[in-house]
Design a protein. Structure first.
Length: 331
């Protein structure tokens, strides 16, 4: 690696100097107007000064050591030819060292710094928090997994990514994505068009995720071939879903009977993922959420995993986490 770390004696000094051999990569590491360095400074309460091909890190010893670790991991990412986005910096700061072993063959791989990555045809997806990393591992390891937590934590996105990966690798023959067709607190009236036109607005988030993972018009082609299905929860009744990766999104809006119906669709060779947010239930008043019932009844059953997210796992705009925390504090 083209980074010369500080010696133990230098690391114990009030400031640490890190030398980088590739000045071009160092420019990418620092970012435009050193915005990447500013992001690390703010998050870790350190000061970073650039002097030619050397970065000087100042601050408390423990925080300074953490900053050096983050800078080294990000530089290694650039050396490997991978892009550096703001979310990657946040992920490195959040997750830190990784020392677990990962199973799953070609589906999930360890890269520089021990990162878990899920490969699809269009892009490679990286969990950006510890909870997300645990969730991805759980999806590969269990036949039935739940992802429960607030909006913006990547529950559905990561589930679809894993589904696409397993489809590409030949572990499943098709992908089935579903969600309850429940309006979010407002009546939209009758929608024009045929059945597809009426349900597509409810399914749009699932289309958006798929289009992130398949190139060009491939999503439409796979849907036409019935190798990908996107349908409301009500359309699952009476089916047996075999050799498929099945995702139920917005599961908090499924009734108890709908949830039982859906869970019992699981067939041989299939994986099923249930995602939901207990704080965003749009069911009529007095109708219990099937997600809450499933959580209560199924905990403790082997090969069923429950994964939980909090506002700290939000990977959308930083304000989203602050908004969620404000509502939680008021509730």
């Amino acid at each position: 690696m083209g980074l010369i770390p500080p010696t133990p004696a230098a690391a114990a000094a009030p400031e640490a100097l890190i030398e980088f051999q590739d000045n071009r990569l160092l420019i990418d590491l620092c970012g435009e107007f050193d915005r990447n360095l500013a992001r690390i400074e703010q998050a870790l309460d350190v000061q970073i000064v650039r002097r030619g091909n050397i970065l000087v890190v100042m601050g408390e010893p423990q925080l300074r050591a953490r900053a050096i670790q983050v800078l080294g991991a990000l530089y290694a990412r650039l050396e490997a030819g991978r892009a550096l986005e703001p979310g990657d910096i946040d992920a490195e700061i959040r997750m830190g060292p990784f020392d677990d072993k990962v199973e799953g063959g070609q589906q999930m791989e360890l890269f520089q710094g021990g990162r878990v990555e899920v490969k699809t045809r269009k892009r490679t997806v990286e969990p950006r928090t510890e909870a997300q990393k645990s969730y991805v591992r759980s999806l590969f390891a269990n036949e039935l997994a739940f992802g429960i937590g607030p909006a913006g934590t990547g529950k559905t996105y990561l589930a679809v990514a894993v589904g696409v990966n397993m489809f590409i690798e030949g572990h499943v023959d098709r992908i089935i994505l579903s969600r309850p067709a429940v309006e979010a607190g407002e009546r939209l009236g009758f929608l024009p068009g045929d059945m597809k036109d009426k349900i597509d607005p409810y399914m749009q988030p699932l289309y958006d995720a798929l289009n992130d993972f398949f190139p060009g018009k491939q999503t439409a082609k796979l849907i036409e071939e019935k190798r990908i299905e996107i349908a409301p929860l009500a359309f699952m009744r009476g089916r047996t879903l075999s050799n498929a990766f099945v995702v139920l999104d917005e599961a908090q809006n499924a009734t108890s009977m709908q949830m039982k119906m859906f869970l019992t669709r699981l067939g041989q060779g299939s994986r099923m993922v249930i995602t939901g947010d207990r704080t965003q239930i749009d069911l009529p008043r007095g109708v219990p959420s099937g997600l809450a019932d499933a959580e209560r009844l199924l905990k403790g059953i082997d090969r069923i995993a429950f994964n939980y997210f909090t506002a700290k796992d939000v990977v959308r705009h930083p304000l989203v986490a602050a908004i969620i925390e404000a509502y939680e504090a008021d509730g």
